[in-house]
Design a protein around this ligand. Structure first.
Ligand code: PTJ
Length: 246
């Protein structure tokens, strides 16, 4: 039990969630290493959702509201950390959640599906034989995708990856929104919209913004997207990191 008054309580709770994820068979052991990388960047960003993250959240919300077939990809880390938020987002957008794993196993897919369903998920794709389509140009098992999910999607939410999937999905003319605390990662650079923030902080902000933007006109949403410049956002995040936490 983590004392809520501990100065690093939130960070320690997040670690516990991932350790629990490993025990439940949801998160891979490699996922813990990945989280450590994220934590290091979060520390350099003062564990704060900065203006550059908010601007990306705005563009992501506008893009998701306008999307015809959005899909929310999840892996072992995001499922352990923000399952409830995934389910809320999928309800708000009336869209599926697709499990798409790097360290793929049928058992882990099933456990993640059950975990998401325990939070109320209704439409979970990518499990077992459902992942029957192939995205060309991906070297890992993440190339296997659902025909009703990533294959069909015009907008794909792909948080917490640093690999070739985003590049391959973007080259299919789909829009990719990512969440990555490392603004220098391949994914951060290749995605159309990169939210440089911790997924445990930014999901609720994204949900709130989508609720608000559902009342905006198509023209207003298109304007928010047109004004967004991902390269500028990444530069701002990198600058913040270089300035340090002082
Ligand atoms: O569950 P699987 O098998 O699909 O595996 C998932 C992991 C996360 C292990 C896999 O996708 C992986 O190895 O990812 P990487 O290459 O470590 O990349 C993850 C990126 O997300 C890194 O740039 C991290 O800095 C970043 N990251 C990690 N935790 C967070 C994060 N970004 C935002 N919020 C976090 N909590």
């Amino acid at each position: 039990m983590i004392d809520p008054h501990h100065p690093r309580a939130k960070s320690l709770q997040t670690r516990e969630q991932l350790v629990e994820g490993v025990k439940m068979g949801i998160t891979s052991l490699n996922g813990l290493i990945s989280h450590g990388r994220g934590e290091a960047f979060d520390y350099l960003l003062s564990e704060h959702s900065h203006d550059f993250a908010i601007e990306a959240i705005n563009a992501a919300a506008a893009t998701l509201v306008l999307a015809k077939h959005p899909v929310l990809c999840t892996n072992g880390n995001s499922s352990a950390l923000v399952a409830q938020e995934y389910v809320t987002l999928s309800r708000l957008l009336d869209c599926p959640i697709e499990i798409n794993l790097f360290h793929r196993s049928k058992e882990r897919e099933q456990k993640i599906k059950q975990h998401l369903e325990s939070f109320g998920a209704k439409n979970v794709l990518g499990v077992g034989s459902d992942a029957s389509d192939i995205v060309p140009g991906i070297a890992s098992p993440r190339k296997m995708v659902s025909p009703q999910g990533i294959s069909k999607a015009d907008v794909v939410f792909i948080p917490l990856e640093d690999g070739d999937r985003t590049e391959a999905v973007v080259s299919l003319s789909k829009t990719v929104i990512t969440v990555d605390l490392n603004p220098l990662s391949r994914t951060a650079k290749m995605a159309n919209i990169t939210i440089v923030d911790n997924i445990v902080r930014c999901m609720s902000l994204l949900i709130q913004k989508i609720e608000k933007y559902k009342n905006l006109s198509k023209e207003e949403l298109e304007k928010i997207i047109a004004q967004y410049d991902n390269a500028k956002i990444l530069l701002q995040a990198e600058k913040k990191i270089r300035q340090g936490t002082m």
